[in-house]
Write a protein of this length. Structure first.
Length: 215
């Protein structure tokens, strides 16, 4: 059994979607902001989600793990699913997984953080918004020549990118221009296990942001 500590965030949805798609048995454990639950704190999550405790980790010992991409890779290797075994295909899958985690997500998240300040830093938010749009343009170009982000098959790269794309399409009008991304989102969103994983984190979403760029 795998315990996954959840809040309604896009990073947490990466873990719950992967758990659904991998078929590994899991239990979602909601944790409020500021939780001091000792089991949760012991994962090393530093107040964030996702965090998991794999009761049957390597060597049969429990494994606590944070960081959504590390969780994706661990669950893929444990289940033998959604991470190619061919070295070239695996490298490409990991390349795009990291791109979605390190190039797309941070500037997109920064737009929210800037918008939430008591005195919103709108010029800075607009700069990060432009960075997010540019990275989604790169993703759109990738999806013009590939059905899925990592290649011909559904992989952890798609799971890494889908949750934040759902939120981004709702809140950043400029992303609506990327038709290949929208086609890919429809493809991923139609998967029943993706739908179950997205719902497993509970209700709620971040407050809306102040988007500067139009469609």
């Amino acid at each position: 059994m795998i315990d996954v500590f959840v809040r309604p965030t896009t990073l947490t949805q990466r873990a719950t979607v992967m758990l659904e798609e991998s078929g590994l048995p899991y239990r979602a454990v909601p944790v409020p902001w500021g939780s001091t639950d000792p089991t949760y704190v012991a994962t090393g999550a530093r107040g964030r989600t996702p965090a998991i405790i794999d009761q049957d980790g390597p060597g049969g010992e429990p494994l606590s793990l944070t960081q959504s991409v590390a969780i994706l890779i661990h669950l893929a290797e444990k289940s033998g699913k959604l991470l190619p075994t061919d070295p070239r295909a695996r490298a490409t899958c990991l390349e795009w997984t990291m791109m979605l985690a390190t190039d797309i997500y941070p500037p997109y998240a920064a737009v929210y953080f800037m918008s939430w300040l008591d005195e919103p830093k709108l010029p800075a938010a607009a700069w990060f918004e432009d960075r997010a749009i540019a990275e989604y343009a790169a993703l759109d170009a990738r999806l013009a020549r590939s059905a899925y982000v990592g290649g011909a098959a559904f992989t952890i790269a798609d799971i890494a990118g889908y949750p934040s794309a759902v939120l981004g399409m709702a809140d950043l009008p400029a992303l609506g221009r990327f038709q290949n991304v929208r086609r890919w989102m429809d493809l991923i969103g139609a998967r029943p296990k993706v739908q179950a994983g997205m719902a497993a984190v509970g209700e709620g979403r971040p407050r809306g942001l102040v988007a500067s760029r139009s469609a």
